[in-house]
Design a protein around this ligand. Structure first.
Ligand SMILES: Cc1ncc(COP(=O)(O)O)c(C=O)c1O
Length: 403
């Protein structure tokens, strides 16, 4: 069980109130979560003590090397990988995915086929368009109106010309949990499998070896850290690619897809965010603690999201878009439309009560278009995170019910 008040004490931003003394409620987690004090302190401490570039002979540079090495190690534990050499660091997920796509464009041949989905965030669709410049055919898997992917369509679209499948593990717009295990079973031999874990990583533990993926991407600002992106690559894969890189860059994995000087202070913060999550769990190793932490986090969040879903879905004017909460195959992200107000108007009304929520398509533009919701401004998205409480859900539901 998550002890909400203990967890909340770690987040300084939660104490904020508005001019009417309304306590702030953060339901904007899928766009970026709040940051615990440990992470803020790790970033400050880096600047106070260890600020330097890497690979020097002096103390601050050596401490910076350690920050970076420690982060790769922690991130490999976080993702269940055996080696820190599988973890590349970047500005964000989108930039890393573009770099990967540009490198794969030099490997694939005209006539090859790459699968993307209609449900995915543009960050896992747009970068793959670069493959079209070399004659690779991009094939899109359809989305059902209930927010789920059409797996029959998936199976039908995969054939011996398919060289790669790029899919999200879950939808940042609708909270759908995708059946990536099933999709993996459709893949022909040697077909690359890439997973976008950006919306999944804050809620569930990940084991890249069990997933059998070749690449997996995530972003620390969605799991209580600062803005840093990560690419996991299966050992041996990255070296085979002609990435865009300087001749002075380290010419081996995981560095060969990294460009320029990374944000060392933020990287110190990410390690601290992973420690923060691990400390919620019990276990002998840090990996065990992370797994246990995520089982507590996901059951806490699911219960709150279900409560939120049940309290707003039966309101006459509200229609939740996407899957219901009848089973736990769901992220705690609840998106809805209202018959009288646009998503933007709803978010303004929520903001006037000091409730932070997003409206729009959240870059999952194709999904919102396929659901016929683009013209009406997309959806209002309420995302549950570790620091949310039952009382907050009650307050939000009450505001929505009075609209
Ligand atoms: C599912 C998903 N994929 C990719 C991204 C892009 O991540 P980044 O901002 O790190 O580029 C986001 C960001 O919202 C996302 O939710």
């Amino acid at each position: 069980m998550i002890n909400s008040s203990e967890i909340r004490d770690f987040f300084p931003s939660i104490g904020r109130v508005d001019h009417n003394n309304n306590q702030i409620i953060y339901l904007d987690g899928p766009g970026g979560t709040q940051v615990p004090i440990q992470v803020i302190e790790a970033i400050s401490q880096y600047y106070i003590r260890s600020n330097a570039n890497t690979h020097g002979e002096f103390i601050t540079s050596q401490e910076t090397d350690k920050v970076m090495d420690d982060l790769r190690l922690k991130m490999s534990e976080f993702l269940g990988s055996d080696s820190p050499d599988t973890i590349s660091i970047g500005q964000n997920m989108t930039s890393l995915n573009y770099s990967l796509a540009r490198a794969l464009a030099k490997k694939f041949n005209s006539g090859d086929e790459v699968i993307i989905t209609e449900l995915d965030h543009e960050a896992n669709r747009g970068p793959w368009r670069v493959l079209e410049e070399v004659g690779v055919k991009l094939i899109e898997v359809s989305l059902f109106q209930n927010g789920g992917l059409d797996y029959e369509d998936f199976a039908n679209k995969i054939n011996d010309k398919t060289v790669m499948v790029c899919m999200g593990m879950s939808s940042n717009a609708l909270g759908t949990l995708n059946d990536f295990i099933l999709v993996k079973s459709f893949l022909p031999e040697n077909c690359l499998f890439l997973l976008d874990a950006v919306h999944y990583a804050p809620h569930f533990s990940i084991n890249v070896k069990e997933l059998g993926c070749d690449f997996l991407l995530c972003s620390a600002y969605k799991f209580y850290g600062p803005h840093v992106g990560f690419l996991y690559s299966k050992p041996g894969l990255l070296e085979q690619l002609e990435t865009d890189r300087l001749v002075v860059q380290d010419q081996k994995a995981p560095y060969i897809i990294e460009t320029g000087t990374l944000n060392h202070a933020a990287c110190a913060g990410v390690s601290s965010a992973i420690d923060f999550i691990a400390n919620i769990g019990d276990g002998k190793s840090s990996r065990d603690k992370l797994i246990n932490a995520f089982s507590k986090i996901s059951s806490h969040e699911f219960a709150l999201a279900k409560q939120l879903y049940e309290s707003i879905n039966n309101l006459d004017k509200v229609n939740v878009i996407g899957k219901d909460f009848s089973d736990t195959k769901r992220t705690p992200t609840v998106s809805f439309v209202h018959s009288d107000y646009t998503p933007q108007e709803i978010c303004k009304a929520l903001a006037s009560e000091n409730i932070c929520a997003w409206d729009g398509h959240f870059y999952a533009l194709k999904a919102i278009q396929q659901l016929g919701l683009e013209e009406r401004g997309g959806v209002t998205r309420l995302g549950i995170s570790i620091y949310n409480t039952k009382e907050e859900v009650e307050r939000v539901a009450s505001v929505i019910s009075k609209l």
